[in-house]
Every structure is written in structure tokens, then in C-alpha cells.
Design a protein around this ligand. Sequence first.
Ligand code: AMP
Ligand code: MG
Length: 414
Amino acid sequence: MSTARAPLRSLDEALAELLGHAQPLGRTQTVSTFEADGRVLALDLVSGLHVPPQDNSSMDGYAVRRAEVAQALASAAALPVSQRIAAGCAGQPLAPGSVARIFTGAPIPQGADAVVMQEDAEPIEGPQPAVRIAQAPALGQWIRRAGEDVTRGAVVLARGERLTPASIGLAAGIGLDTLVVAQRPRVALFSTGDELVMPGEVAPADMKPGAIYNSNRFFLRAMLLRLGCEVSDLGIVPDTREATLAALRQASLAHDLILTSGGVSVGEEDHIKPAVEALGRLHLWQMAIKPGKPFAYGRIGAAHFAGLPGNPVSSFLTFALLVRPFLLKLQGATRLAPDTMRLAAHFDWPRADRRREFLRVRRNAQGGLDLFPNQSSGVLTSVVWGDGVVDNPAGQTIAHGDQVRFISLAELLA
Ligand code: AMP
Ligand code: MG
């Protein structure tokens, strides 16, 4: 006789609930703009100046008055070069009937209304340098206008944005050498599993039967660091209730999040769930995704707790889909969901699953998606080979040529 089980929570429900618990920590710090890549801005950045600050040349050439060029053209006359303005110099107003030699980035002299690039001007040597210009320029040609990048008073980056190499460049461009960002969330990380061995401790040839290397510890730590976290690595915790309780208790002090891998399923050797229930509260456990079903979320004291499944692909994907947005929200980030796109499957997936599946795929040269042949949750090679996942709804088969929802790993790892 089978007992009716409550349907598993959907990923969307689980994520919504998880994010409901993730109130931004609100602690901020000032960091050098040099060090701010990947951090979340805690304040709007308002520009105190125009960028560029004044009209300047986008070419090496000659700053001119168009009307005078047109006149000189009519009489086939050359125009004298009355001054030379290099980047970093301020020129004089343009003398009537003359042009100014000018270089990229140099301010346009008062009175000039266009730049002729040097390739379009024929220099005439002599005691008084001059140029002959073959064609009258358009108004404003090769002039970058003051404020065309940023206007004074504009919000160039909003609070909650995550800084990128380009955005720290922009912040520097408005004169900011320091930025106020969210403090790093403090994350305690540990792995469970008596089978786990650290690389370096036992050589591959000496591994005992049943032993495996701890790979989750490495990618989880790397993903946490990419997300701006401060990681306390508590190592491997034995599969006993006492050790699990002790590790959770210790981790719950002075950390914002306790992140574990393994031991969160239903076997007798899975101690995480009962230990969290004993020390705090479990809010979420199990959801209808494949891989990654056993994911758990709860709280122990002031610390959040997220329990990832032990299978490496399950661990990786539940981190990317659930813990990543959670940690971003703790930092006050506003953009939490990865961008997705529709692409054509260049494979068949004939067996529908009751759970929403995340299939490891790779974009091919035809713009379609190839499937990694082994989709087992233990096969980390699939994530290394792949450059993304197909988010396949529950109950859905895929035929070659179908449009599917693709999430790139670059989005999930950013
Ligand atoms: P568990 O969730 O503890 O039942 O583990 C599920 C599977 O994942 C088992 O085959 C474990 O050996 C494996 N596993 C658990 N933790 C890790 C880890 N840190 N690195 C690699 N494999 C792991
Ligand atoms: Mg285990």
C-alpha cells in the first residue's frame, strides 16, 4: 500500500520563499575603486561633472570653422595652422581664417565647429604651416560633445548594482577613488561524508575502497568567493549526529550563512536535516527539480542555513539556482535572476520527468545546443564540458529542433 505524499515544492515557490528570508544585511564598507569589482554598490553614484568634461576631438587632425573651409575650397586656397593643441592642453580661441592642429582627446578651441581628420588634409610645408582641405566637414564632425557619456548630476550606477570591470572604470571616470559597497557576507562552509578525502592527503593510488575526493568543497568555495563572500572553511564533518550538531552550532556563530554539502537526504547517514531541526528551524526541504531534489533551507540562531545535496552536479546547480540569488540579495543586489534565452535543441530528450530538469548542454557552431551524453548528478564532467543548462519544465520531452530555455553558466557563475 502506498501512502500519499505531499507534492514537492516547485523551484519557483522555493526560490520565492528563500528570497523572502533573505533580508539585505545592510552592513556597508568603503573600498578602493580598484578593489570593487564584483561588489554590490550600497549608494547611488551621482556624477559631479560632465564626461567628457568639455568638447574634444575624436581624431588627430585639424579643428576648423566649416564656413571658412568652404570658402577656402572655392578659391583653392590653403588655410594657415595658427596653433597646436595636444591632449591635456587648453588651446586659444581659433584665430579667424585659420585652423588648429589638434590631437585625439584635446579640447576643441572656442570658435571651431568641426574637426577634419589628418588623412583628409594635405599639409603644406613652409615658414607658415598651412593645410589644404579637399572637402568641407559636416557640422560637429569628429567632435565628442561634453557630457555625451555622462551628464553632471546623473546617476551613473544605482545602489544594488553589482560592479563590473566596466562599471569601476566609469566610477573612476567621475572621480571616485573609493566606493561604498555591501560588506561581504560571512559564510561557513562544510562538507559531510565519511567517504570524503582531501586531495593531497591521500594519493590516488592509495585511495581505500569507497573513498572519493572532496570536489564540492573546491567549487563551492570558488563560487562563494566569486559572489563576494568571506568563507570560513570548516572542512569535512563526520557522518554522526554529534559531529553534525557541533559543526552547525559552531558555524551558527558569527556567520550569515551556513552552507553544507551532502547528508541532507533521507538515509540514516544523513544527519543534517534532524540536526538543523534540533538546533533551529527548517523552512524548506526538497523540491521538484532534477538534479537537486534534497535542497534544504533553515535558520540556526541568527544564521541562515542552506543544505546542498552531496552529488556534485546537484550541489553545483542548487548553489547556482538558489544560493547565488540568496547571497546576492543579502548584499542588497537588485538583479538576482540570470538572463535566459531561447535556443534550438540539437538533441532529443524523449523521456519526460515529473520534476523540472536542468540538462547540461553546450552551444554549437550552428547556434543550437548539444547535450552532454551522461546527465547523471554525479558526473561533474558534464558541467565542465557544458556552457549552460536547459531549463526543461516538468513533464516535457524535447525533440531535435525544439526551442528550449537556455541559461548560460557564465550567468550562473557571475
Ligand atoms: P549525500 O548527499 O551525502 O547522500 O551524497 C550523495 C553522493 O554525493 C554520494 O555518492 C557522495 O559520495 C557524493 N558526495 C557527497 N559529498 C561530496 C563531495 N564533497 N564531493 C564529491 N562527492 C560528494
Ligand atoms: Mg553523505
